[in-house]
Design a protein. Structure first.
Length: 281
């Protein structure tokens, strides 16, 4: 099974460097299980970008449902991420129901529908990102209790806001709106402004609100994470990069369609190390 875990580790290292580095702060015996979980998350989170037709994505998600429920044995044995995930499920308290809820959340991504309200945006973040945080925390020994949930909710919302701010232009170029319509409307913007690439004052103000909302969630998450055991906190360490992403997004705020939010790997690694100095004490 080491070959499956090794494959998952490489996938995370190449495709999600931030979580890969954060995982290095976990105990060595738990890291392979985290890599398996994160590689699975990468597989399903990337379906919308890789596949043109929602039906193809739905079929792939159904395949994963059957694997998690114990089916597709031979096919799963030939898929290194599936093998790694099943091995992790055998060695850690990875809830089958939570994994299935994660699949349901990723099904929403396939259709590119905008999210209407901030409340729905937070609920989606909790389902798509919060479930991964909760599963990772469980691998590191966290109990499913109000203390954990108090960290998961704002952490997932902070990550979702950062993603929405950073990916705004890229999503708009695909005809998708990454921020809640409620925020656009509040500032007098429309979905057509976003997908049409019009950097109106209303669009700029809406994005500023998303960044501010994300930073507020980040502060709530930071305080809540400090109430968790130190051994559990590496599951949340990558959340510590949210302020860096928001600051960089703010720098191009006056023309969000003409620049890409990019941050040098060394700067992200430095920010992660700095976060570890406070989050893991």
């Amino acid at each position: 099974m080491d070959d499956a875990f090794g494959y998952c580790q490489e996938q995370v290292k190449v495709n999600d460097r931030d979580r890969f580095l954060a995982t290095l702060f976990a105990t060595a015996d738990r890291r392979p299980l985290l890599y398996a979980l994160y590689a699975f998350d990468l597989e399903i989170a990337g379906l919308a970008a890789r596949l043109r037709e929602p039906l193809a994505g739905e079929l792939r998600l159904q395949w994963w449902r059957e694997v998690i429920e114990g089916g597709r044995t031979e096919e799963a044995a030939g898929h290194p991420v599936a093998r790694g995930l099943l091995a992790a499920m055998a060695q850690a308290p990875l809830s089958r129901d939570t994994l299935l809820c994660l699949l349901d959340a990723r099904g929403f991504d396939l259709y590119g529908e905008p999210i209407a309200s901030v409340a729905e945006f937070d609920a989606y973040a909790l389902a798509a990102t919060g479930n991964v945080l909760k599963l990772a925390a469980g691998i590191l020994g966290a109990e499913d209790n109000p203390v954990l949930n108090a960290a998961v909710a704002p952490a997932s919302a902070a990550i979702a806001c950062a993603d929405a701010a950073v990916r705004f232009a890229a999503e708009a170029s695909r005809g998708h709106v990454s921020v809640p319509l409620e925020i656009l409307v509040r500032h007098g913007a429309t979905a057509a402004d976003a997908t049409g690439g019009r950097a109106t004052p209303a669009i700029i103000a809406a994005l500023a609100e998303v960044r501010q909302l994300g930073l507020e969630h980040f502060e709530a998450a930071r305080h809540a994470v400090m109430r968790l055991p130190v051994t559990v906190r590496p599951a949340f360490l990558h959340v510590g990069l949210v302020p860096l992403f928001m600051a960089r997004a703010a720098r191009i705020g006056s023309d969000p369609f003409q620049a890409t939010v990019t941050i040098a790997p060394w700067r992200r690694q430095w920010a992660l190390w700095r976060a570890s100095r406070t989050w893991l004490r």
